[in-house]
Design a binder for this molecule. Structure first.
Ligand SMILES: O=c1ccn([C@@H]2O[C@H](COP(=O)(O)OP(=O)(O)O[C@H]3O[C@H](CO)[C@@H](O)[C@H](O)[C@H]3O)[C@@H](O)[C@H]2O)c(=O)[nH]1
Ligand SMILES: [Mn+2]
Length: 745
């Protein structure tokens, strides 16, 4: 089944007459500098802790002891984060692929088949026309079409999504030949018609077709139901809608599986075979956990094993469209390389987003998470899996490279040979059985087989567990982005997304499979620490919150907590701060970012520290103690025009009250008051030498908080700070102020 070149794909570009290479890898030049700097910085940290210990032991009062303790604890967290960051800096690598060589070495008929999994969960938050675009963009890959099968998982259990895909199936018979004939690069119709394209009668015709399909889909969504009049053309498929009985709810319904295109017989208008397109809404029942996206992906793993069982799987979120038809061949550069194949679990492409504003105010680019860290891990033992844009070997979901774990029924095994048509009675019956809600009861799914359960970040956790079993990953970041996704363009959405991630990551951090213990044991210290940094991401909130309040409250009471400018220890602080900031900026710029974006990135890091990281940690502990439970709240991809406009102008969007905005505003107010009071005293002639560091920290925070002051006092639009939030934050600031003056007296 899996085609293999006889001999190919050396790691380095081959010299002389050997077969042409599939890929090359090269270390980044910055590595040496990184290692030297790490040595110097480590010595500075040691000195800092010597200083902390001394000050702690010499604290004259309980108050100063507690303060020094809080600062030491914060710096301890920062140190842990710094140490774990070294994983990403020790040996980052660049890779290059040569997809053209795959075609030279392998026959097209030997190319391995691909199953694509696209997840969607809510037709209103994730408009079906977007999901349709995602599917069309990969159905049109430059690859033998009949070898591609697209499975759409609908966790929203919505007839509207099914209807949209019925329409998409018809449209695709025109779209695929159009793309291939004209060699188009943007194979998501929406992106294509938005970009500049030639205006021939053919393009116009297909655009009209696309627009009318889109209109039909949007009309159905608006009405909230699928009009009978639209389905009449689809007689043989009409019946499926009868599954939506009165008892059918999103949380409780039988599985719905419908083959919309069949690669063995459906043809496009030019007479070529189409890919398979299969709609799957797995069964759900209220009494059993469904494990969110991981559960959906496992249902697709089973349904697809039995229907097509392709050796390669691509996972995609519903808002990630292909931007390059060569991507699949590019992934094959690794997946078909016999030299690395046996232990290669996945090839991860970066998450890159469309529509980020000029200076990226919400740090939606995630440069560190999706590019810098990933390139770093790639040089060690492979990047983490980020949930979308990732090509897997199916085999990786069934035990370690050396020992296959067989699933309960042979049809689900990665080595099962499919010999029946996908629409045959027995195949469909089994598909329904394995997609039902109680199928996983008492099985290894989610623990030893498939995507792993137990964390809201199933991607991170699954990739981590696979690597612990001995599998490797590869990071593939071509110049032309392979996929484009959507990013939250609203502050509350961005923070809620990260709060969910924080909770999910802590779930792994505090589990039996924590990267800090289990991870270090099975993957070595570097990989273990790299994963641990992500897992304990949320504890950034400890130093950030401490530094956002403690020095300021002390300043207000004229209590000095840092060394004076004239003391040598001052230079240590200055070095630690400038060194960390400077290197961070360098990493960012080397990864292709602008200084402006870096500035916003560091601002957003502070914002996260007092909002989503803080609230995420709190929610995690409540969940840990069994007091409350948090689920997977899907990020909305539907966009309000007015909000988009403000986003494009680079204006922060508050608008609705949220506890996270209260803590953020509280920090902004406290910093403004303490900084202003400090300034008044400086101008009044008081000597504040001992308070310089505190003045600097609050001044820095004030500069960073500018958009918040604007939102409180200077704006009039719907995105300004809600008055309720401002009042609550002001009251809390007053209370904090009084408490501090009481303590410091
Ligand atoms: O019960 C659920 C919830 C979500 N999803 C799908 O999961 C995907 C990601 O959801 P989204 O709301 O977009 O979350 P994000 O935080 O933006 O996603 C990031 O974080 C997730 C959790 O770590 C990863 O799964 C994603 O791949 C990654 O892009 C979407 O396609 C959803 O349709 C489901 O299928 N079922
Ligand atoms: Mn998303």
């Amino acid at each position: 089944m899996e085609g293999q070149p006889k001999e190919s794909g050396t790691k380095k570009a081959s010299t002389g007459g050997g077969p042409p290479p599939f890929h090359t890898v090269k270390p980044m030049g910055i590595t040496i500098f990184n290692r030297l700097f790490a040595t110097v910085y480590a010595l500075a940290i040691l000195a800092l802790f010597y200083h902390h210990t001394k000050t702690l032991l010499c604290s004259p009062t309980l108050v100063s002891f507690s303060m020094n303790l809080a600062l030491s604890l914060s710096d301890f967290v920062l140190t842990f984060m710094w140490i774990s960051t070294q994983t990403f800096r020790m040996c980052p690598v660049y890779r290059k692929q040569f997809p053209e060589n795959v075609e030279k070495v392998m026959k097209r008929s030997d190319f391995p088949a691909l199953d694509v999994f696209i997840c969607t969960a809510d037709p209103y938050k994730e408009p079906p026309i977007g999901v349709v675009n995602t599917a069309l963009s990969v159905m049109a890959y430059d690859y033998p079409t009949e070898k591609i099968s697209v499975y759409v998982s609908d966790d929203g259990g919505s007839a509207l999504t099914l209807f949209s895909f019925m329409e998409a199936a018809k449209f695709s018979t025109h779209w695929l030949p159009f793309c291939k004939k004209n060699n188009i690069l943007e194979r998501s119709p929406e992106a294509y018609f938005e970009s500049s394209h030639p205006c021939t009668s053919e393009t116009e015709k297909i655009e009209v077709m696309y627009r009318s399909m889109k209109a039909k889909v949007e009309l159905a969504l608006e009405k909230g139901e699928v009009d009978d009049q639209y389905i009449t053309g689809l007689d043989q498929q009409h019946e499926i809608f009868n599954k939506w009985t009165d008892n059918f709810t999103r949380q409780d319904h039988p599985p719905v599986i419908q083959v919309l295109l069949d690669a063995s017989k459906d043809k496009d208008i030019a007479g070529n075979l189409m890919p398979n397109l299969i709609y799957v809404s797995r069964g759900k029942c209220k009494a059993l956990p469904h494990h969110f996206k991981a559960g959906a992906l496992n249902a697709l793993l089973r349904v697809s094993s039995n229907m097509t069982n392709a050796p390669t799987i691509l996972t995609l979120d519903c808002d990630f469209c292909s931007n390059d038809p060569q991507t699949l061949l590019r992934a094959m550069c690794y997946l078909c390389d016999p030299a690395i194949r046996s232990t290669l679990a996945y090839v991860q492409f970066p998450q890159i987003y469309r529509g980020i504003n000029k200076n990226d105010i919400y740090c939606g680019e995630y440069k560190r998470l999706f590019v810098i860290n990933t390139m770093g891990m790639d040089g060690v033992k492979g990047p983490n899996y980020v949930g979308t844009g990732c090509f897997f070997r199916r085999r990786a979901f069934f035990g370690s490279p050396s020992s296959l774990i067989s699933p309960e029924i042979p049809e689900l095994s990665p080595d099962h040979v499919v010999d029946k048509p996908i629409q045959s009675q027995s195949v469909l019956a089994l598909a329904h059985q394995v997609a039902d809600c109680n199928y996983e009861n008492q099985t290894d799914w989610g623990s030893k087989i498939g995507f792993r359960y137990g964390s809201l970040v199933e991607d991170y956790y699954t990739g981590f567990r696979l690597q612990c079993e001995g599998w490797k990953g590869i990071f593939c970041s071509p110049e032309r982005p392979a996929f484009f996704g959507d990013v939250p363009i609203n502050l509350a959405d961005a923070l809620n997304q990260q709060k969910r991630w924080s909770i999910g990551l802590l779930e792994v951090g505090f589990s039996n499979h924590s990267p800090a213990t289990f991870g270090v044991r099975s993957k070595g210290i570097l990989m273990g620490l790299g994963y641990a940094q992500l897992a304990f991401w949320a504890i950034w909130s400890i130093p950030i919150t401490t530094y956002a309040f403690l020095p300021q409250l002390a300043l207000l009471n004229r209590v000095s907590i840092f060394p004076k400018v004239s003391e040598p220890w001052f230079f240590l602080y200055a070095f630690l701060f400038l060194g960390a900031y400077g290197q961070d900026c360098l990493d960012f710029v080397l990864a292709g970012g602008s200084v402006q974006r870096w500035w916003n990135d560091q601002r957003f890091w502070h914002i996260r520290g007092v909002t989503c990281y803080l609230f995420g940690s709190i929610e995690f502990f409540l969940k840990f103690l069994g007091i409350s439970a948090s689920g997977f709240t899907v990020t909305s991809k539907a966009v309000d025009a007015e909000q988009r406009k403000r986003y494009e102008q680079g204006i922060f969007e508050f608008g609705v009250h949220s506890p996270m905005f209260v803590s953020l505003t509280l920090a902004a107010i406290i910093n403004l008051i303490s900084f202003s009071q400090g300034l008044v005293e400086v101008f009044g002639g008081n000597n504040l030498e001992g308070l310089f560091v505190q003045m600097f920290i609050s001044g820095f925070a004030v500069v960073n908080s500018w958009p918040i002051y604007e939102a409180i006092a200077l704006r009039n639009d719907n995105g300004k700070m809600p008055i309720k939030t401002t009042i609550m934050a002001t009251l809390l600031a007053g209370a904090l102020y009084m408490a501090a003056s009481f303590i410091f007296k």
